[in-house]
Structures are given as structure tokens and as C-alpha cells.
Design a protein around this ligand. Structure first.
Ligand code: V47
Length: 346
């Protein structure tokens, strides 16, 4: 099959008939993954929500001194991990606000201490935005910053902070933070250093279909260059308790089109993840027939989406993930962070 052009991709998104796109996405998904749907036994850790930025879509961040802000110490992080599955789950996904109170050593020490105390945990940590911030406060290059974190025990990077790369949207919703070029450069550097990462897209707010495709195109190009992305994750905007609360929640139809399009468009990214936290489990079940082969994980205590009004549970048991995948007629496969199968539930 020839590669989908940007023009064809925009046409698919503009069409309300989802069957042609869905059939195509499902055939690609079946060719790549048969009947399998992956999940991971993970938990999230948000070490601080104090942030120098106020992105309009974000209900998670607080200014220093504002009520509802938190800032964990290394000891409280280790205690949290011990109490939230550090010894039984396979992955910790760490994301935080851009908090100038922390110095460079805090980040390397956090990773190092987690590595020492929980040697079996895969540490998936710090968005490109955080890496850029850490490098700036410590006057190190991105390369030096990542090398130090890898040496401390960092295993891979999550895909947050990408939002929508379009300049128009960026200037409107998050003009001050790590720009799209730099987000891409951080992942490029990480991939060159041997780290795998994921990539995301925040959709369902003020973006146009052309801007969605522009975003995907930049990710597809970087993946051609490095091959370092394991999965693409569309994140459906949650419109509560943030500065874009006047917007409606994105429709199920749009979410189906975005996930199916991603499967067809990314001929070079192996996995398309439906993030059940933003979509709800029922829609995530349907998406397994529209290109999706992964529904993320147990998560345990999700905060970023819930502080913007997500009405899904904050975490799920493994049994529940398995049941939801089976109800969709798929075979659940427990995976590690890098998609090596751990257990197949035939
Ligand atoms: O960068 C913030 C998004 C991201 C809202 O890499 C919002 O496997 C929806 O990136 N509504 C952080 N989204 C979370 C993230 C993520 C999540 C799950 C898996 C992975 C992965 C990455 O959350 C932010 C931003 O794009 N976000 N506010 C909101 N109101």
C-alpha cells in the first residue's frame, strides 16, 4: 500500500462516513497484530504539579504558593512508589510540572533512587518539555541531560507535551512552552542515544483537521529518521476546570476517525494506543476494531486528566483490563513498556 498523503488524510477526517477508513485501519491492525490487544501493568507518578506555565488546556498545574499545589521529596516519592505497586507492577510513568524549586541533581537522584530501590521497574520518565526545562535550569545540552538521566537509570520517555504542533494552536493555547521543533529535537536526541519513546497528540479542542494531519506528518517524518517511537497516543481533550472549559467534549465519531486515521497514516509506528482514561472504556473497546492495538494500563492513580474532569476511574485492575479486551473479542496480551509480550491470555 502506498503511503497516505496529507491531502488524503484530511479528506478522511472531513468525511463523516467512518466505514472506509475503519475497514482500512482494521485490516492494517489485523495484519500487524492479529487479534492481540496489549496492556501494561503500570502506575503513574506526578512528583509535582507546580509549574511555571499555564497552558490553557491544563487543569493539573498550579503556581507556586497556590492552593492545590504539591511538590514531592525523594523520600516521599520512594514511599509513594512502595505503596502503589513498585514491587509488583512493571512500569512507572513519571511526569511533573516545570518546578524551579528542583535542581538538576533532584532528577538524577530521583531516577537513581528508584532504580536502586525498585530494580525491576522500567522507568519511563519526563516529557520532552521537562527534559528541555531540566537542561535549561542546569545549563546543560539536551544530550548531556539525557546522558546523565540514562546513567542514573532512565529507561524510556513518555510522549507528553506535544499537544498540536501547529503554530496557530501553539500560540493560542501554550505559546510560552517548549516549541514543537524543540520537542522533536529532544526525541531525536533521545532516540540517537538509544532511548525509545512514545508520541502523543492532544485533539478535540481548537485544532482543525489540517492541523491534526500536520502534527502527524511531523511525527511520521521523525520516525522515518530515527525509528524510536514505539506507539502513537491521541489524547482526547477534557474540557473541565481549565481555561478551555467553554469547549464541548470531543465526539465519539471524531475520536474514532482520529485513531483509525493514525493507524492508516503511521505506516512506520507499530502501535496505536487508545488511552482509556480520556476516552472511557466503552469507546476504547470499540476502537480495537478501528486500528487500536493497545489500551495502556492499570495506571493506579491518574491525575492530569482527572484534574480536567475526566470521569473514568483513576486506575483499573488487571482483571478489568483483561475483561474489557476479551469483551471486544480480542486476545489480551500483557506487555512490558517496549512491547515485549509478558503473558498471552488465550
Ligand atoms: O502533555 C493535559 C495532556 C499530556 C489535558 O506516553 C490533557 O504513553 C486531555 O502525555 N485533556 C500528559 N489531555 C499525559 C501524556 C500521556 C498519557 C498517557 C500515556 C502516555 C504515553 C502519555 O496530557 C500533556 C497534555 O498533552 N493533557 N491536559 C486535558 N485537559
Amino acid at each position: 500500500m502506498t503511503r497516505l498523503s496529507a491531502k488524503e488524510a484530511i479528506q478522511f477526517l472531513s468525511n463523516t462516513d467512518i466505514y472506509e477508513l475503519g475497514t482500512l485501519a482494521n485490516s492494517i491492525r489485523t495484519r500487524l497484530h492479529n487479534n492481540k490487544t496489549y496492556y501494561v501493568k503500570n502506575f503513574h507518578l506526578n512528583y509535582t504539579n507546580i509549574c511555571v506555565h499555564s497552558c490553557k488546556f491544563c487543569g493539573f498545574a498550579r503556581r507556586k504558593g497556590e492552593s492545590g499545589g504539591w511538590q514531592m521529596t525523594i523520600d516521599s516519592i520512594l514511599e509513594y512508589i512502595g505503596n502503589h505497586g513498585g514491587s509488583t507492577l512493571s512500569e512507572v510513568h513519571i511526569v511533573g510540572g516545570l518546578n524551579p524549586e528542583y535542581k538538576f541533581d533532584f532528577y538524577t537522584e530521583m531516577v537513581n533512587q528508584i532504580r536502586q530501590n525498585f530494580p525491576n521497574l522500567h522507568i519511563k520518565a519526563f516529557t520532552a518539555t521537562e527534559i528541555d526545562f531540566i537542561s535549561k535550569i542546569s545549563k546543560k545540552t539536551i544530550d548531556e541531560t539525557l546522558k546523565s538521566l540514562i546513567e542514573a537509570g532512565l529507561n524510556s520517555m513518555p510522549g507528553g507535551g506535544a499537544e498540536i504542533f501547529s503554530k496557530r494552536v501553539w500560540d493560542t493555547v501554550c505559546d510560552h512552552k517548549t516549541a514543537p521543533d524543540q520537542w522533536l529535537q529532544v526525541h531525536r536526541t533521545a532516540h540517537k542515544l538509544g532511548l525509545k519513546s512514545t508520541c502523543t497528540m492532544l485533539y478535540g479542542h481548537i485544532e482543525t483537521h489540517a492541523e491534526i494531519v500536520e502534527h502527524m506528518n511531523l511525527l511520521r517524518k521523525l520516525q522515518d529518521e530515527t525509528g524510536g517511537f514505539t506507539a502513537f497516543i491521541p489524547l482526547a481533550f477534557q474540557p473541565y476546570d481549565n481555561q478551555l472549559s467553554h469547549l464541548n467534549q470531543v465526539s465519539a465519531l471524531e475520536s474514532i476517525k482520529v485513531h483509525a486515521l493514525a493507524r492508516v497514516f503511521f505506516d512506520n509506528i507499530e502501535h496505536i494506543k487508545a488511552y482509556w482514561v480520556t476516552l472511557g472504556l466503552r469507546l476504547a473497546q470499540i476502537l480495537m476494531d478501528f486500528g487500536v492495538d493497545d489500551i495502556d494500563g492499570t495506571i493506579v492513580e491518574e491525575r492530569i486528566m482527572h484534574m480536567s474532569g475526566a470521569n473514568s476511574p483513576k486506575g483499573l485492575t488487571e482483571e478489568s483490563l483483561i475483561r474489557h479486551i476479551k469483551e471486544s473479542g480480542k486476545t489480551p496480551v500483557q506487555r512490558d513498556t517496549l512491547y515485549n509480550p509478558v503473558k498471552i491470555w488465550n
